[in-house]
Design a binder for this molecule. Sequence first.
Ligand code: ZN
Ligand code: MN
Length: 492
Amino acid sequence: MADLPYRIVIGLEVHVQLLTRTKLFCGCSTQFGLPPNSATCPVCIGMPGVLPVMNRRAFDLALRAALALNCQIARFTKWDRKNYYYPDLPKNYQISQYDLPFSYDGWLEIPTPAGSKRIGISRVHLEEDAGKMLHDEQGGGRDSLVDLNRAGTPLLEIVSWPDLASPEEAKAYLEEIRLLLREIGVSDCEMQEGSLRCDANINIHIPQGDGPVIKTPIVEIKNLNSFRAVERAMKYEAQRQYEEALRDANYRLGQVAKATAGWDEVRGRTIVQRRKEEASDYRYFPEPDLVPVVVEDAWLEHARAEMGELPAAQRRRLVEQYGLSPYDAGVLTSQGRALVAYFEDVARRSGDARTACNWITNQVLASLKERKMEIKDFPLHSERLAELIAEQKAIGLNKQMAGEVYNHMLENGCSAKEAIDALGIKPVADTGALVEIVRRALAANPKAVADFKAGKTKAAQAIKGAVMRETKGTARPEVVEQIIVEQIEKTP
Ligand code: ZN
Ligand code: MN
């Protein structure tokens, strides 16, 4: 990024669906994928004369999320109507929060290549989702259908300050939000299912030698629906604004209004659509059918207690407590609490955190990926992996053999000892004894040692033969080879 002739300024507005069973102001189900319009009632389809009732569980989850995002919590908060017309919004208004959001002034720490960085969060508020439009693409766009199942689902809107300085940081911020909210059980943050959605505000600052810095008008890019889309759209839009600023004096002078844009995934470009609406366009006013919410200490304490350890704190703890590298701690944490718990159990049982971490970040993660499996369903339990680590040390299994034992355990659901037996590995129980035998064989074969050192690696065969004879074939040849090479290196 360092060689761009401009600085990128990005702020993100993220909407996440909360993991409640029912909607924000009625008892309809929030389950994804139900038949269209089956999870609806007079409240969420906007019939006149009905009254909304707040879902306290949604507010609980919202509080937990806001605390995890280091926000201040307003002790008094209210609801507002945001008025606009769209076919997926039968009431013609959305119940949201305007001037008194329930939380504000927070921050989220994100990992960047240059270390961790704090991204400011200006506010987090609670609101209801709209329905979904299904545009008939096969029919050439002749029909559009409305599904109101999603209408009234609780949404958390998280608005960051424009502290994100690159497309990569924007992506890292979103990934951290997803990890955090999943970990604390607030949202499943599935971008494909729309339970995490992102709008991005972006402009660029172009330094002009001694002159004033040119600041391009902010463009809001709507509905970015994958992490990759966010990164690509930010890259494209920054460069587009730069080129436009070079070409157009009005644009350069900031005489072009703020705009909204869409992202065309296929063509890989943003499409600027219209003047961006201002808050005043929505004619917000307080929702007359809902009472304001007063957050008592006990409620706040309850939400705090349900939060658990947050990913940033967990990364730090893994480094401090187990001596892991920040990179390894990041790999473990990014997979979720269940994998961290698995690691901690293996580390505790085996007494060797570093080896436990190596096994998990290499073989275990690869096996999970291959089997498209989560750690909770992984057949090789933590005590079994700890046992493999113990065996590996006790009998001096080399990397390749340990890998064979691991695969056998995984495929057959057996213990490390059983796998070693089944594979016919008959190691000399005591590696110390084997080392002694090798040393004696080396002392008896000085010529072979000299030849080996001179580059005749085949000379090791003679020594190996002697060792195998002496151990009557109970030593695993690979182990013998390994020890021979180690011991020859040690002989002067
Ligand atoms: Zn309903
Ligand atoms: Mn919103």
